[in-house]
Each structure stands twice: as structure tokens, then as C-alpha cells.
Design a binder for this molecule. Structure first.
Ligand code: MN
Length: 354
């Protein structure tokens, strides 16, 4: 009877830890985990419980074999307990707190505890050490997966705020008639007052009750698709577009002029290439000046609600070339609208984003 108890206890302990960990993981697995950028080595979700069940039997059996020996090995049992605790803590830190950095630090400690357990148990009972081998292999993979998530999702640490966001109309930094005649009050009334308002209303309706309701606008743009992406990106793009216009244009800061000259030959040449991209974009879309991860500047013509955040680029300047942006003032003359746009750009704001 006592022997059965010795064999059952560690295995039951493992399963209790596993079951409570899965409770901590549940909501994160449904809402948060699918949105993360993960390594291609990540197995499908259904693989995890199967692997863990098999591993917990091995881990439990490993300690049982030690305990079954007549002499007591307190150090080995203590190390076993420590690794199980660190194992549980990982679910709390990674999935419940949604903090990939804390998860990574914990899993590194877990790796060390498991290696220590293997080293200490090997001289006492070789089988016990060998039963930890598949666990160690799995942990190496898990450490890599956690590290990958941490490196590629730097914004996720603060994600667990559980506050629902309502997106609101941005304030214009000028009066509705201040940009006339380059951009009339009527255009602002329709473009800002009606088109943008509709995108924001639609976005709030579409995200209600979904994981997107807890995300910032940037996070939604980066992780959504379909109607939610279209309305989120249009909200982002218009907010950025209107914010970068000014009725009192100042000279371009030297820093920006130097960068544009370095990349495009001269400021004039940049404007020419940007204008060409705007005229060449078929149908509706946005032309962007954006910086890649190395800081190199690019002109990107993106159809529909396109936004450089989806290409891991930093937006610096944008021009809306949807017909609704210029039809009232310029009818079908997109080229004239582009020309007028250059007299409205707030270069200080563009320079501050570089
Ligand atoms: Mn627009």
C-alpha cells in the first residue's frame, strides 16, 4: 500500500499543478496567445496538453523511484519540488501576467533546476535521471519559444490591462476653415467630420466583445485583418494625416532635409517621387514616408487602408489619395491636390518622428 502511495503521490502532484496552470492559461490562450508573433517551431495548441500529460507521468515516476529507495534523498526531492514550482510559476508569469520577459527569466531558472535534478539524481538512480531527459528537451524548445515571443512582441508586456477602449475622434490642431483654400472647410467637414467619424464608429462596433476591445489602436492595426483592420487602419491613418497638416507651415528642419537628401537626392526629388507614387496609386489608398528598422527612409504607396506598421515600419508622413480627400476642392485633379498638400505639411512634426 505504502509503495503504491509513493508512486502515485508525485504523479498526482504533477497533475494538480498542470490542471491549475491550465486554468491560468485559459483566457490568455483564447485571447492573447493567438495574436503573438511566434516561431514556426511552435506546435499546434492541442499538442501541449498531450505532451504535458506524458511528461508529468515521467516526472512523477522519476521522483517515485528515488522515494522508493530505503535511504532518503531530501536534496533530490527538494530540487524536484523547486522545478515543479518554477514550472507552475511560468504559467502564471507568461500566460496570466502576460509578461514574456518574466516568463523567460523563470524558464531559465527552471532549466537550471532540471539540469541540477538530473545531475544529483543520476548517481542515486540512473533511470530517474533518464526520465527527465524528454522533459529537458521540451524545456529547451519552450525556452526558445518564450525567448522568441519576448524578442518579437515588445509591446505585449502591458497588454493585460483588461480595460475596454473606446476610440474617439482626434482633436484637430487647427480650425476647420484654417487650411483653406488648399483644403476647404467643406472638405474638412466631410472628410474629418463624416468619413473619419464613420470609421471610428464602425471600429467601436466591430471590436465590442472581442479581444481587440482591450488593445490600443496600434496593436489592432498590427494584428487584425478584414473589416476590423480596414476601420482601425483608416482611423489610424486619418488621425495621423490630419495631425500632420498645419495652416502655418515653417521651413523644414535641417535634420529632416539632410535625411531626405541622403535618401532621395534632394528634398525636391523626394517630393517628386512621393507625388509620382501618389499619382501612380490606382484607386484608393495612402502614400507614406516611412522608416524601416535600420532607419532607412522609404516611400510606400499602399492601397485601401494600408499602413506601414504592418510592415514593421515607422510612419513619418502620409497623404490620403482616396477620392473623398480631394473631390470637393479638386474634383478629379489628384495632381493639384498633391501640390496643395506640400503647402500644408507640418515639417516639425515629421522631423520629430524620425
Ligand atoms: Mn480619407
Amino acid at each position: 500500500m505504502k509503495k503504491i502511495f509513493i508512486y502515485l503521490l508525485p504523479t498526482i502532484g504533477c497533475f494538480i499543478v498542470g490542471a491549475s496552470a491550465s486554468l491560468f492559461q485559459r483566457s490568455a490562450l483564447a485571447e492573447w496567445y493567438p495574436l503573438l508573433e511566434k516561431t514556426v517551431l511552435t506546435p499546434p495548441n492541442m499538442v501541449f496538453p498531450i505532451v504535458w500529460c506524458a511528461l508529468y507521468i515521467c516526472i512523477g515516476l522519476s521522483l517515485s523511484l528515488i522515494l522508493a529507495k530505503p535511504e532518503r534523498h531530501r536534496l533530490i526531492a527538494a530540487l524536484w519540488g523547486v522545478q515543479l514550482l518554477l514550472n507552475f510559476l511560468w504559467s502564471v508569469l507568461f500566460f496570466y501576467a502576460r509578461n514574456p520577459l518574466a516568463g523567460l527569466l523563470d524558464i531559465l531558472l527552471l532549466d537550471a533546476a532540471v539540469v541540477a535534478y538530473i545531475c544529483v539524481s543520476y548517481p542515486v538512480r540512473k533511470v530517474s535521471a533518464w526520465l527527465f531527459a524528454p522533459y529537458l528537451l521540451w524545456l529547451v524548445l519552450a525556452t526558445y519559444m518564450n525567448g522568441y515571443v519576448y524578442c518579437n512582441n515588445p509591446d505585449t508586456v502591458s497588454l493585460k490591462n483588461h480595460t475596454v477602449m473606446t476610440h474617439e475622434m482626434p482633436k484637430l490642431p487647427y480650425a476647420a476653415d484654417a487650411l483653406a483654400p488648399a483644403m476647404s472647410k467643406e472638405t474638412i467637414d466631410y472628410h474629418y467630420g463624416k468619413h473619419l467619424q464613420t470609421y471610428i464608429d464602425n471600429l467601436n462596433k466591430l471590436i465590442a466583445g472581442t479581444p481587440y476591445a482591450e488593445m490600443t489602436l496600434d496593436e489592432i492595426v498590427k494584428s487584425s485583418d478584414g473589416a476590423i483592420f480596414n476601420n482601425a487602419a483608416q482611423t489610424w491613418n486619418h488621425t495621423f494625416f490630419f495631425d500632420t497638416l498645419t495652416p502655418a507651415q515653417k521651413a523644414m528642419p535641417e535634420k529632416l532635409a539632410t535625411l531626405l537628401t541622403k535618401e532621395f537626392g534632394s528634398v525636391e526629388s523626394f517630393q517628386e517621387q512621393f507625388g509620382k507614387a501618389a499619382l501612380g496609386l490606382f484607386g484608393s489608398g495612402w502614400v507614406w514616408l516611412a522608416a524601416d528598422k535600420q532607419g532607412k527612409l522609404h516611400i510606400e504607396a499602399m492601397p485601401n487602408a494600408g499602413n506601414p506598421l504592418t510592415k514593421s515600419m515607422k510612419p513619418l508622413l502620409t497623404l490620403d489619395v482616396w477620392e473623398h480627400a480631394y473631390y470637393i476642392d479638386y474634383r478629379n485633379r489628384r495632381a493639384d491636390f498633391v501640390k496643395a498638400f506640400w503647402s500644408l505639411v507640418d515639417w516639425d512634426k515629421v522631423a520629430a518622428r524620425v
